[in-house]
Design a binder for this molecule. Structure first.
Ligand code: ADP
Length: 263
């Protein structure tokens, strides 16, 4: 059996190649092509129902692909090569590939019966096989990084939404992903708590080698944070480009209409 070649750094970290997703007769992603470079920060915007969250869910392997292929870090995500052919991946391939991706959801989805620290050590111990000591050291460092040094022993119900969301970010990072996905992570927060979460994400992007893909309604944040903004419309990228250009001077009428409704 031949080993798959080591991924080249010039390869995109994420590649969607003619990816199609349907729910019954509804085509949610329509032969989507999307390449995301290593360390690139991409913001996904677009009207409700345009397929934004589906892109993230497919990367998390939470959804079956109906057509096309997704590559992460140079390897097919849900398939593996055997004798020159692509076959459905086995559990161990899926587990390894899932380990490359971390996701933070709109609703923080923390374990309510665990402290911040407990939330951040559970998967590293269970999935990565870290000792409690190793997992706690890593979790402390990350909780400190998201500004929660004094909340390590707090339960989710004892924290604000912004604090809970920062725990969720630390928890995802504790698995050492290469790609971080953020799905409208500020939309369930009171307006005064949005800034603290966006600041953590901004710092993460600046200080860590991470590829980041973010579905967001925060156009101001997308403008300053992202290297590229993709405007989704009916399961395709209708327009994409540098944030200042796409948000300031969109070429497509659909993009203009969407932006004039949300800005
Ligand atoms: P967005 O994030 O852009 O609002 P989504 O990716 O969540 O859009 O959804 C795209 C479309 O797929 C929507 O029309 C939605 O109703 C539909 N959809 C999403 N999940 C399911 C599902 N599990 N079953 C049926 N339809 C779904």
């Amino acid at each position: 059996m031949t080993e798959s070649p080591a991924p080249e750094t010039s390869q995109p970290m994420v590649r969607f190649e003619r990816v199609t997703k349907r729910y019954g007769s509804l085509v949610v992603l329509d032969e989507l092509d999307l390449d995301i470079a290593r360390n690139e920060k991409v913001a996904i915007i677009g009207p409700s129902g345009s397929g934004k969250t589906t892109v993230l869910r497919m990367l998390m392997t939470l959804e079956k692909i109906d057509g096309g292929v997704i590559h992460v870090d140079g390897e097919p995500l849900t398939h593996m090569e055997r004798n020159g052919q692509l076959v459905r991946a086995n559990e161990s391939h899926l587990r390894r590939m899932r380990g490359k991706i971390g996701m933070v959801f709109q609703h923080f989805n923390l374990f309510p019966h665990m402290t911040s620290l407990g939330n951040c050590i559970e998967a590293p111990m269970r999935v990565l096989g870290l000792s409690r000591r190793e997992a706690e050291d890593r979790a402390r460092e990350l909780l400190e990084m998201v500004g929660l040094r004094d909340k390590m022993g707090h339960y989710p119900s004892q924290m604000s939404g912004g604090q809970q969301q920062r725990v969720a970010i630390a928890r995802a990072l504790a698995m050492r992903p290469k790609v971080m996905l953020f799905d409208e992570v500020t939309s369930a927060l009171d307006p005064e708590l949005v800034g603290e979460v966006l600041n953590v994400i901004r710092r993460l992007g600046e200080e860590h080698d991470l590829t980041m893909l973010m579905v967001t309604h925060q156009m101001g944040f997308a403008r300053e944070f992202a290297d590229r903004v993709c405007f989704f419309y009916e399961g395709k990228i209708a327009e994409q480009g540098a944030p200042a250009e796409l948000l300031g001077n969109p070429k497509e009428e659909r993009t203009r209409q969407f932006l004039s409704a949300v800005l």
